[in-house]
Design a protein around this ligand. Structure first.
Ligand code: FAD
Length: 300
């Protein structure tokens, strides 16, 4: 069946890609490789979920069969969640199909069979627009589209997986801290905060707001105060509220949070670029402003 095909090993991201695909009016199909993923994917609002059942769960072994399936179905576009596994299978499938591939796309427009995409390059300083004729494979990070929901039927298709790669062992990645990409409210600290003990003020604000704490790259990588940071090389977040303290708002940071519903920036420098991104800007010393803010929120 022609239409848009979707794969993501992260279920919520698959639902976001369905959310976009449904806006095109084309048939929307999800591809999965195991029964559990197929069962979850059946709730993401697609028209159909295909379980490509082979005897391997490895991307390396399934990509060729998946490419053949997409070709047989005359898929018009293959959208893949931009995760390590997603990027791996996307590249392999684009290679087998000998079609265009664009990675980490932030916007997609389909017009008369032509696909126009936008994505950030040069560390987020430039947005590159591309136009593709015919079949394309696109990888898309989380947080770009609203997730869809709804029930779909599951069709099982037997595939001949390669057996050239064997899995020897697996070990879980132990992720430190909360999953900041799923946080509804975020208090973000930047290098304007100089002493680690001052994080207490951010924690107090986060507590009254019911928010999680995150930071800029320097806080995480140089000072190692927190495990995860927001930005082009960190996490992409889409909270209802993002509030920064001592974050200058460089583009590499802002690209990771600019889709927050409400952005509040507190910075002592009235020329800080955070104020270009912010819905509400407070110019002043965070150590004076934040205690007042906490008190006001408590009064409410
Ligand atoms: C290839 C590349 C990728 C990168 N990726 C990322 C990324 O993913 N995420 C990321 O965050 N960065 C990233 N960076 C780094 C980025 O360019 C900036 O250097 C960084 O975001 C700045 O962090 P900051 O805002 O914490 O610090 P600064 O830019 O130093 O800003 C500190 C701010 O605090 C303010 N301030 C100081 N004292 C106070 C006070 N008492 N009260 C209120 N405000 C105060 C200052 O006025 C200033 O605006 C990347 C850089 C490169 C080159």
């Amino acid at each position: 069946m022609a239409g848009i095909y979707i794969y993501s090993d992260k279920g919520p991201l698959a639902a976001e890609l369905v959310g976009f695909a449904k806006t095109t009016g084309k048939a929307v199909n999800i591809v999965t490789f195991d029964q559990n993923s197929a069962a979850s994917a059946a709730e993401y609002g697609a028209d159909k979920v295909y379980l490509l059942a082979g005897d391997s769960l490895l991307v390396e072994n399934n990509a060729r069969a998946a490419a053949k399936f997409l070709m047989n179905e005359e898929a018009e576009l293959f959208l893949v969640g931009s995760t390590p596994r997603g990027r791996d299978i996307a590249a392999r499938i684009a290679g087998y199909l000998q079609c265009a591939m664009v990675s980490d796309v932030s916007s997609i427009v389909i017009n008369d069979g032509q696909v126009s995409t936008e994505r950030m390059i040069y560390g987020g300083a430039v947005i590159q627009s591309e136009m593709i004729d015919g079949m394309a494979v696109l990888t898309i990070p989380p947080g770009k589209f609203e997730a869809a929901s709804g029930t779909a039927e599951i069709a099982t298709v037997n595939i001949n997986a390669d057996s050239r790669v064997s899995l020897i062992t697996t070990a879980p990645i132990v992720k430190k801290g909360v999953d900041i990409s799923a946080a509804d409210k975020i208090v973000c600290i930047g290098l304007g905060m100089e002493k680690k003990q001052d994080m207490q003020i951010a924690q107090d604000l986060a507590q009254v707001l019911g928010a999680e704490i995150s930071c800029t790259r320097g806080i995480a990588e140089e000072r190692q105060w927190l495990p995860q940071y927001i930005g082009i090389s960190g996490e992409t977040v889409k909270p209802s509220l993002y509030l920064s303290m001592g974050v200058s708002g460089q583009v590499q940071h802002v690209v990771g949070m600019r889709e927050a519903q409400i952005i509040v920036g507190i910075d002592i420098n009235d020329k800080a670029p955070i104020f270009d991104a912010a819905d509400y800007g407070i110019v002043g010393d965070m150590f004076e402003i934040v205690p007042l803010l906490i008190q006001e929120i408590k009064n409410i």
